[in-house]
Write a protein of this length. Structure first.
Length: 510
């Protein structure tokens, strides 16, 4: 009866109870929705940001219009009508409307429409529920609906309107909390808003930019650290091969090219991670959303050099397989085709990928997926892995047969198993078998709350980024030829030191 009585009073007063941060009163739900929807629009299109197209809208000033009107560049006044916009949106006719086509992508358009829907729903809920005595009343703060709360700090999960500048919506469990202080007198905490020139209730959204971003920054930091260590290791390995002139042998030339492909890939991974997604997350630039040609070129080179690395991993696997299975068959006669396959074929494949990109999806710095067309880039990587896996299995078969045929006593069986396990572990990084875990589709650190999936994601990251470390240890630091050369250099340095010391001693004694 009390709720019915309150509803009758509202009807008599011809006014809704739709509390809002602007302290405005409304006589019907549509009027409230239009005004609050306009604030959502103003929030998303009022600045020079990559989520709007800047066609001909000037910043709307609530103090002057005090309504749901927008002034265009030719002084035309447009009244925002929620129902009209919603009908165009539902019919996918947003390009026909001067307001809706301000948004640069459907993601931002969806966020805007949802903001309008949330405002309307909040007003409806206010008129269905009575606030408890002494509590702060339900309130629409411009972005979020706050329920009636007792004095203290109210909080709730950051809403979509607080996340849209990132260009994605983090999973609910990964979002931080926004807070709103309810005073002891049952009123919401207010601050002076310089834009509107009056005291207004204010939600604290500061934490909303952190959690989803932090998950990706952690992922990015791990990649940068491991790629840097891999780069350092492969650089040392390459220097050793060149310094001791070990590259004169063709099989070691393949090692050198494999190292070089890993180095180039690591350099590009570090630069790309730092200047594109990481800078975007820190907010130092908006490269991904601004979509410049340089950023797309960066993404192209990032994928191109990764593909080259996979191809040289295949060549390295084929080289080892050939040495073991076909002992007396020299690969030097295939030198030119091998170099062409390692350095030219990946470029041809990536040029095809680039042409498809231009026609299918030329946005977001080429960082987003283009569906099945993405297999132009992905398939060669998986094909290299599949062929290497087949080569590894056949190589292991040959090694097992040779070991078991050599001797049959118990001790030798134990030594054979030990030698076999050691050989298999050494060869795995060369053949790239650690990438077996990549058969599971990679996730996104801010799109899942499943601990198993997150664990697999970081395991994939560590395996991929640490390839240079594993390969350098296997092909260089454990290489007998490199080890012998280093030992000779150390012995020579020690001999020279002793000789110099003896010479100085003899000169001193004279």
């Amino acid at each position: 009866m009390l709720i019915l009585f309150i509803g009758l009073i509202k009807i008599i007063d011809n006014k809704l109870m739709c509390n809002n941060a602007f302290k405005m009163e409304f006589n019907d739900l549509d009027n409230f929705t239009n005004h609050m929807c306009l604030y959502c629009f103003d929030t998303m299109t009022g600045g020079s940001e990559p989520w709007n197209n800047h066609l001909d809208i000037l910043r709307w000033n609530l103090k002057v219009t005090n309504g749901n009107r927008i002034q265009t560049s030719n002084n035309t006044i447009i009244e925002l009508d929620y129902h009209h916009l919603k009908s165009l949106y539902n019919a996918n006719l947003h390009e026909d409307d001067i307001l809706l086509k301000q948004f640069s992508s459907k993601f931002y358009l969806d966020t805007f429409i949802n903001c309008c829907d949330d405002a309307r729903r909040c007003c409806e809920d206010m008129n269905k529920h009575e606030d408890a005595k002494g509590n702060c009343p339900m309130l629409w703060d411009g972005w979020t609906c706050w329920r009636s709360s007792p004095p203290g700090i109210a909080q709730q999960t950051c809403t979509d309107m607080t996340q849209f500048p990132f260009g994605y919506q983090p999973a609910e469990c990964l979002r931080s909390k926004m807070t709103f202080q309810c005073n002891n007198d049952g009123t919401w905490h207010e601050i002076m808003n310089p834009y509107y020139g009056r005291w207004m209730p204010r939600t604290d959204h500061k934490q909303c930019g952190y959690l989803g971003r932090d998950a990706r920054l952690t992922y990015s930091t791990i990649r940068l650290v491991l790629e840097s260590i891999s780069l350092a290791c492969t650089t040392i390995g390459l220097i050793l091969f060149v310094a001791y002139r070990l590259y004169t042998q063709f099989r070691l030339q393949i090692h050198v090219n494999f190292f070089l492909s890993i180095m180039l890939s690591a350099i590009m991974n570090i630069l790309y991670e730092w200047f594109v997604p990481r800078a975007h997350l820190y907010g130092t630039n908006m490269e991904i959303k601004n979509n410049p040609k340089a950023c797309k070129a960066f993404t192209f080179m990032f994928k191109d050099l990764n593909l080259i690395k996979y191809v040289w991993m295949l060549i390295e696997g084929f080289n080892f397989h050939h040495m073991v299975v076909f002992t007396f068959n020299d690969l030097r006669r295939y030198k030119i085709p091998i170099y062409l396959f390692g350095w030219i074929v990946p470029h041809v494949l990536m040029l095809a990928y680039m042409l498809v990109r231009f026609h299918i999806d030329d946005d977001d710095c080429w960082t987003n997926s283009i569906g099945y067309y993405e297999f132009i880039y992905i398939t060669p990587n998986y094909l290299c892995f599949a062929i290497n896996l087949a080569l590894f299995i056949n190589l292991v078969r040959v090694v097992v047969v040779k070991l078991w045929l050599s001797n049959n006593n118990l001790y030798n069986h134990y030594m054979k198993r030990h030698h076999f396990v050691k050989t298999a572990l050494i060869l795995m990084p060369i053949f790239g078998l650690q990438y077996f875990i990549h058969i599971i589709p990679p996730g996104d650190p801010t799109e899942t709350c499943d601990n198993i999936q997150i664990g697999l994601l970081y395991l994939q990251l560590i395996i991929e980024s640490a390839q240079g470390i594993l390969v350098t240890i296997t092909l260089c630091f454990l290489n007998k030829e490199v080890y012998s050369c280093v030992r000779k250099s150390i012995s020579s340095m020690e001999s020279n030191t002793i000789l110099t010391s003896n010479t100085i001693s003899s000169e001193t004694s004279k």
